[in-house]
Ligand binder design. Sequence first.
Ligand code: PNS
Length: 163
Amino acid sequence: MSRIAIYPGSFDPVTFGHLDIMQRASQTVDELVVAVLENHAKIALFSVEERVKMLKIITKDYPNVRVESFHGLLVDFAREQGAGFIIRGLRAITDFDYELQMAQTNRIMAPGVDTIFFATNLEYAYLSSTTVREVASYGGDITKFVPESVARAVEEKIRDRYS
Ligand code: PNS
């Protein structure tokens, strides 16, 4: 049976930290589904469609990575995709409480779906989409944090928003 895993997130925007997890996770499973949450409660910089498009561009060279969007419960989406695993990155101890709670809740709801944690590469342990948005909003250079195509899209979005 093929091993399918979901790598869910907001990806607003996707960072080198996310990309590193995607690369490592895709080498561990047969198919990795990167899943962008359609979260209407959260005010996002990019629409879900824009995020999916950016993710497709940066993962185009990974043959076993697919990008989708989802709404509702993650475990329902995982089951729909036939996935047995959820992938999450852990940057630091500050991520742990929330991630463990989410993993355990998901496992109660869907005992057949296990969460696998990847320790974020030390190089990216400090990095988050929130700080990328913050730096970009003040006109800072974000090319050390996100792929070139994403940096251009963020800069353009912020220019449009504040012009
Ligand atoms: O990148 P993020 O914002 O940390 O990702 C959070 C995400 C999308 C994984 C999480 O909010 C999620 O799975 N939301 C869908 C609703 C759900 O299933 N919640 C988990 C129950 S604890």
